[in-house]
Every structure is written in structure tokens, then in C-alpha cells.
Design a protein around this ligand. Structure first.
Ligand code: ZN
Length: 297
């Protein structure tokens, strides 16, 4: 009898220990590790994967993405990552090579695959004979239509990574597409009635978005550099002649020039980041702000 009790106690202790060990090994560390370049991509991945993967963002909030340099700790974390969803921006080229060096097993998924990129907006001062950056517009995450293509690429890669979760991923993917369709309908309806189709931006992030809804962005920044005083004067003239009253600035860049122009044209500066993690909420908010800004008069 006493023997039996001793055994029961031993079983109890060992099961307690086992339980403790399982708690110590955090379940998170067993999930696949997925990296993305910018915060909205984390939203895209999590809309499909839910909490089944750990998502890390390379370009931290507030940082300027096009010239980002990863921190040593991020490079170390990437050594153990399973998947990297690139967005196809030039900043990735410089260090994706280094990442593959440290982690040859890392799978890099180009979420810009299947997307035809628009050329960067040719700046209005081109006739003055300045040098301009040639190339393609990297801001593909700001068009709902193009985000559906990116979501499909992400979905395919996640199913390949985690085939046992396919049923859930299917459900989440369909729900995500449905929500994007609702967003698109709202934006199309809202922009159908605006009286003004041009808006000014500091950094030209909104080209794909503008193309989608029959709008035109006029950029203050020229090829990644601040405008000179004469350029600034000419931008102000252009804003006046186009009757522009809405200027978008973003927290990642200095809004000094936007403020100066706004004073001159009796406009308002709206601070909107194209890099907010909650992409859906941000696009909805941006849409509402822009629709009301372009509807005045
Ligand atoms: Zn940008």
C-alpha cells in the first residue's frame, strides 16, 4: 500500500516537472520565424497566418525605408528565420545578399512577383535639365488591387511552409480578400464624386493609389532630395494654378516644406504614414481624409 502511494507521488512529481518544462519552452519559439520588410506586410501575413507564425519587421516604425540598414541584432535573428517576404524595394538588394550568406536555408519570397510596376513619377522640373532617378515605383503596398496579388503570393508561401494549417489559411485568405474588396468599393464610390483630382505629397508614395482612383500626386521631394528655393517657388506656383489645398506629409520625413507650401497656398497639411502596421484601418482612414479634402468647393 505504501509502495503504491510512493509510485503515485513519483508519477505526480514527474508529470508536474514535465508540465513545467513545457511551459519553459515557450510555444512561440516553436513557431516558424517569418520576416517582412515593412509594417503593412506584417499585417498581410498575420491576416492569413493568424498566430501560427512569428512575424518580425525589418524596417522599424519611423525609419526611412528606402535607405534602411539592418541592425546587427536583426541580422543575427535572420540567421534562424524560415521565410523572408521581400517587397521589392531597392533597399533590400544591398543586404538580402548578405542575409543569404549567413542563412542559405532562408527562403526569400518576392511579394512583388506578378506585379507590373509603374515608373517613378517623372518630376515636373525635368525640363530644367536636372538629373533624375530612373526606375520603378516601389510603393506597391498602397494599392488595394495590388495587395490582393501580394496576399496570394504570401498565402501560397505560408501553405507551403505550414501545410497542416491550410484549412485555416484558406478561410483567412478568403476573408482578407473580401475585406479588401469592401475597401475598394468604398474608395471607388468615394472618389467618384470628388471635385479635385490632384493632391500634393512630400514623398511620392501614392502613385499606385492615385492611378487606381483617377487621382494625381504632385511630389515636393525631388529624387529623394529636398527642393531648392527656386524649385519650392515653382511648386507653390503649380499648387496655386492647380487649386491644390491638400498636402500629405508623412512622419518618416521632415514636413517643413509641406508646412511652408501650405502657408502659401492656404492649404492644410495632413500627416499620413504609408507604413502603418494596421494597413486596412490606415487605408480606410486615408481614403476618408483624402475624399473629404478633395471634395471641398
Ligand atoms: Zn517611399
Amino acid at each position: 500500500m505504501r509502495h503504491f502511494r510512493l509510485i503515485s507521488i513519483l508519477i505526480l512529481i514527474s508529470s508536474l516537472l514535465l508540465g513545467a518544462c513545457q511551459t519553459l519552452a515557450s510555444p512561440d519559439s516553436e513557431k516558424p520565424s517569418v520576416f517582412v520588410s515593412i509594417p503593412p506586410q506584417k499585417y498581410f501575413v498575420e491576416r492569413i497566418a493568424g498566430k501560427t507564425v512569428n512575424v518580425s519587421i525589418m524596417v522599424e516604425p519611423g525609419a526611412e525605408p528606402h535607405t534602411y540598414e539592418p541592425k546587427p541584432a536583426q541580422m543575427a535573428a535572420l540567421a534562424n528565420a524560415d521565410l523572408y517576404f521581400s517587397i521589392g524595394d531597392s533597399f533590400e538588394d544591398t543586404w538580402l545578399v548578405r542575409i543569404i550568406d549567413t542563412n542559405p536555408d532562408l527562403q526569400i519570397i518576392d511579394t512583388a512577383a506578378g506585379i507590373e510596376k509603374r515608373p517613378l513619377d517623372i518630376h515636373m522640373h525635368e525640363e530644367e535639365g536636372e538629373d533624375h532617378q530612373e526606375g520603378l515605383d516601389p510603393h506597391i503596398w498602397l494599392s488595394p488591387r495590388l495587395v490582393k496579388i501580394q496576399a496570394r503570393t504570401i498565402y501560397d508561401a505560408l501553405v507551403e511552409l505550414n501545410p497542416e494549417e491550410k484549412v485555416d489559411y484558406d478561410i483567412n485568405f478568403v476573408a482578407f480578400l473580401r475585406d479588401i474588396n469592401i475597401l475598394e468599393t468604398n474608395l471607388t464610390t468615394g472618389f467618384a464624386d470628388v471635385s479635385q483630382h490632384r493632391f500634393m505629397v512630400y514623398h511620392p508614395s501614392w502613385g499606385y493609389f492615385a492611378d487606381e482612383y483617377g487621382l494625381e500626386q504632385i511630389a515636393i521631394e525631388i529624387g529623394g532630395t529636398e527642393p531648392s528655393p527656386s524649385e519650392l517657388a515653382s511648386i507653390i506656383e503649380q499648387a496655386k494654378s492647380n487649386d491644390i489645398h491638400v498636402i500629405f506629409a508623412q512622419p518618416e520625413f521632415n514636413s517643413r516644406f509641406a508646412d511652408t507650401i501650405a502657408e502659401q497656398i492656404d492649404g492644410e497639411v495632413l500627416l499620413i504614414s504609408p507604413l502603418e502596421e494596421n494597413w486596412m484601418k490606415n487605408m480606410d482612414n486615408l481614403g476618408n481624409v483624402l475624399i473629404s479634402g478633395l471634395s471641398k468647393e
